[in-house]
Design a protein. Structure first.
Lengths: 294, 306
């Protein structure tokens, strides 16, 4: 029982990071119906830029480095959208997807060229130690607690932006009906850029957290990116609460699989979940079903 | 100047020694072209099918379960590879093809990742260290198979079935309205494309002396996608040419010792093509549109271009 609870806690900690990445997928999908394959790379870029800031400017507070990483990831996403996705918006979907894959591979290899291909340790780390609950036989590490708290703060922040601000209202309107939103005088291009910015800056924040917990390398965005995508689909793509729930669920399932079976098959299980969701309930847990009409 | 002369003198031997690999990539690119170009689906995990083909062929040639020898074992390995890969395609297609294109993309990507993960842990076939494979056929045999593939592809494209597939690509709803069974047809294309990749895998297992799971990672799927996009989705002539050129590209980069830029070149090329020339290098031009050939070579009912 205590073993199970421990896996559960580890799963929720990783899952909250997946949830933050999944939010970016789901927001972008909700607004332009595009699976942004490069989203995991925005996270990787955030990790590298955070590490670079801490490495070059010794003594920078971690919070400042985190904010710079978020800003930089957001800007990379805005530029990506402007250069690679926007010109293809009215083209067949297959071309935008191809562009997204190309950007993803390009960013990975640019990072490999600039930062080297081997994994490097992040310049900062979480405080060591944990809170033990002896009666249950489980413990929560400080790092997990910090990840959880920060994820919660960011999610609440996102919720406030989407639901309580004017630009958030414009985002919701654009995702409901882009044409109608434009007719109401909303600058939809600006809203799309803003959505990419917000989604990628969340991914950038995860990059820093992920880097602190594990290490930084050019391919670090691939596995969490795919897990988060599956999380977004599981939760119902286009739905923000769905992405959060999906992220935590995927994190928990991965940890249970790794704990009871083997960590080798972690990503295989993730994709098995994807295929199951797609065959049984493609709209996900909280998504709306869309029907293509003539 | 010296560099260029040096390059030209090395190009010939490089091309000659890459002939088998070129043939393998031509078949692979054509098989992906059938799925992505002819049928308008979107697969980005094609290296997974290639890996299944290569490893199931190697299982036959290395472990020899049928007790064969010589060319017979090569033919047996090709048949096994094509059947196994076709079944893999069927298993993937059944849950995925009912869905929109972008989900299929992710599912194929996941499939490719799972295959590579399994191969890394598959002790019977050498796991992460890889496995040595015997060679039973030379360059001529590979190119004979390329020729067969080209003829089969060409015949299929201008057959009743090929036209139905293309109608489905152009407008799914209209095609369904005239009685085309969308799921059945797409599954069929997916299986044919997969088993063609299986053929390429068997040929690769034959000509490469050594198989390793790392040779079938995601960057290989990206290379294949670049070939298809560069050649023009759906074009036979364009994709064949693009496959030849892009197989040689890493070799050419190596001559200039720029091989570490390989994937940057591929991804920039891919991005530039979709942004600037999405119809591919030659658009809808095919070999039979050449004025010399036009008079006596006309595919059944093909439109005239150029």
């Amino acid at each position: 029982m205590s073993e199970f609870l421990q896996f559960l806690i580890n799963g929720v900690a990783v899952g909250s990071m997946y949830a933050l990445i999944a939010l970016g997928y789901t927001m972008v999908y909700g607004i332009v119906s595009l699976i942004n394959f490069a989203h995991g790379e925005f996270m990787m870029m955030g990790a590298f830029i955070g590490a670079l800031v801490l490495h070059r400017l010794q003594g920078t507070p971690l919070v400042v480095a985190l904010l710079i990483a978020m800003l930089a990831s957001g800007l990379i996403a805005v530029v990506t959208e402007l250069v690679a996705y926007r010109p293809l918006r009215n083209q067949p979907k297959i071309f935008v997807l191809t562009a997204a894959i190309a950007v993803s591979v390009l960013l990975q290899n640019v990072a490999r060229l600039v930062f080297g291909s081997s994994a490097v340790a992040f310049p900062a780390s979480f405080p060591e130690g944990s809170i033990a609950f002896d009666s249950l036989g489980i413990w929560i590490e400080y790092s997990q607690l910090i990840v959880l708290c920060l994820s919660l703060v960011l999610m609440v922040g996102l919720w406030l932006v989407v639901n309580k601000t004017k630009i958030g209202m414009a985002m919701r309107a654009t995702s409901q009906d882009l044409e109608a939103a434009r007719l109401m005088g909303i600058d939809t291009n600006l809203i799309i850029s803003f959505t990419f910015f917000v989604g990628a800056s969340l991914a950038g924040a995860v990059g820093v957290l992920y880097g602190m917990q594990y290490s930084v390398d050019p391919l670090m965005g691939v596995q969490p990116g795919l897990a988060a995508f599956v999380a977004a689909v599981l939760g119902g793509i286009g739905s923000l609460p769905g992405a959060m729930i999906g992220g935590v669920l995927i994190g928990v399932i991965e940890n249970l699989v790794a704990g009871y079976l083997s960590s080798t098959y972690q990503s295989a299980i993730t994709f098995l979940i994807l295929i199951l969701v797609l065959s049984v309930k493609p709209s996900g847990l909280l998504g709306r079903m869309t029907v293509v009409k003539v | 100047m010296n560099l260029i002369l040096n390059f030209l003198s090395e190009l010939g031997p490089t091309v000659y020694s890459s002939l088998e690999l070129i043939g393998v990539y031509v078949i692979l690119a054509l098989s992906l072209n059938m799925i992505n170009g002819m049928a308008g689906m979107f697969s980005i995990g094609h290296a997974g099918f290639w890996a299944v083909g290569a490893y199931s062929a190697a299982a036959v040639t290395v472990h020899d379960p049928f007790g064969l020898a010589g060319p017979a074992i090569l033919l047996a390995s090709i048949v096994v590879a094509m059947v196994v890969t076709g079944i893999a395609g069927l298993i993937l297609a059944v849950p995925c093809l009912r869905l929109a294109g972008d989900y299929l993309a992710i599912a194929t990507l996941g499939f490719a990742i799972i295959i590579v993960t399994l191969l890394y842990n598959f002790d019977y076939m050498g796991a992460a260290t890889g496995i040595s494979t015997p060679t039973h056929g030379g360059k001529a045999f590979v190119w004979l198979m390329v020729l067969v593939t080209l003829v089969v592809y060409y015949r299929l494209q201008f057959s009743n079935l090929g036209r139905t597939i293309q109608a489905l690509r152009e407008d799914e709803i209209a095609a369904q309205a005239v009685g085309i069974n969308r799921v059945r047809l797409k599954t069929l294309v997916f299986v044919i494309g997969a088993s063609m990749a299986g053929l390429a895998g068997a040929l690769y297992a034959n000509s490469a002396t050594y198989l390793n799971p790392s040779g079938f990672e995601f960057d290989q799927s990206i290379k294949l996608l670049t070939m298809v996009v560069l050649g023009g989705l759906g074009s036979i002539t364009g994709v064949t040419l693009a496959a030849i050129l892009l197989t040689l590209l890493p070799e050419v980069l190596r001559l200039f010792s720029l091989e570490s830029y390989q994937m940057i070149v591929f991804s920039v090329l891919l991005l530039a093509m979709v942004l600037l020339r999405p119809q591919g290098l030659m658009g809808r031009f095919e070999l039979w549109d050449l004025p010399i050939l036009k008079r006596w070579w006309r595919p059944n009912g093909a439109e005239t271009h150029a």
